[in-house]
Design a protein around this ligand. Structure first.
Ligand code: HEM
Length: 154
C-alpha cells in the first residue's frame, strides 16, 4: 500500500472514531449497553414460543450475538463494525406480521429496561424502521404488498 493511501486510510479511521465518540456522548450509548441489550433480548427471543423456532437455524450463538453487537454499534454509533447483508438473511425465513410484532415487543421491552429513555427511543426508532423494511420486502417476495406499520406508532 502506498504511503498516501495509508495516510488516507488512517485519516478515515480517525474521522470515523470521532463520529462514534460524538454519537456516544450525544446518546449516552456505550459498548456495554449494546452488549447488555443484545444479550438480554436474544435470551428472551430464544425462549419465545413464536420466535424461538425461527432462531433454531442459528448454529453458533456466540457468533450471532457478536455480529448483532457489531450491527447495533454500526446503526446507533456509526462505528462501521458490521459488514453484512441483513435483508438477505431474513428473506428466506418466510417472516410474517406476527413475527415482526413479537420481535419488536420484546426488543422494545428490553431497550426500555436496559437504556435511559433517549437511548431507548433511538434503538426503538431504528428497530421499527428496519423491521418495516424487512416486513415489506418479505411480503413482496411472497407476492403481497405491505406498507410500513411500525414506524408511525407512538
Ligand atoms: C420478525 C423478526 C425477526 C426474526 C424472526 C429474525 C430472525 C433472524 C434469524 C433466524 C437470523 C439468523 C440468520 C442466519 O443465521 O442465517 C437473523 C439474523 C440477523 N438479524 Fe434478524 N430477525 C428478525 C428481525 C430483525 C430486525 C428487525 C433486525 C434489525 C433491527 C434484525 C437484524 C438481524 C441481523 C443484523 C442479523 C445478522 C445477519 C448477518 O448474518 O449478517 N433482525 N435474524
Amino acid at each position: 500500500m502506498s504511503d498516501r493511501l495509508k495516510a488516507e486510510r488512517e485519516a478515515a479511521v480517525a474521522r470515523r472514531n470521532l463520529l462514534t465518540q460524538d454519537a456516544m456522548e450525544r446518546t449516552g450509548i456505550s459498548d456495554e449497553m449494546i452488549g447488555e441489550l443484545v444479550t438480554r433480548f436474544y435470551g428472551r427471543v430464544r425462549e419465545d414460543a413464536i420466535l424461538g423456532p425461527v432462531f433454531a437455524i442459528v448454529q453458533n450463538w456466540d457468533e450471532h450475538l457478536a455480529r448483532l453487537k457489531d450491527f447495533w454499534s454500526s446503526v446507533v454509533l456509526m462505528s462501521g463494525r458490521y459488514h453484512g447483508s441483513p435483508m438477505r438473511a431474513h428473506l428466506p425465513l418466510n417472516l410474517v406480521g406476527d413475527h415482526f410484532d413479537r420481535w419488536l415487543d420484546l426488543f422494545e421491552q428490553t431497550a426500555r429496561e436496559v437504556c435511559p429513555p433517549a437511548a431507548a427511543a433511538l434503538f426503538i426508532d431504528r428497530a421499527r424502521r428496519i423491521a418495516d423494511s424487512f416486513e415489506m420486502a418479505s411480503a413482496t417476495v411472497a407476492g403481497r404488498i405491505a406498507s410500513p406499520r411500525h414506524v408511525l406508532r407512538s
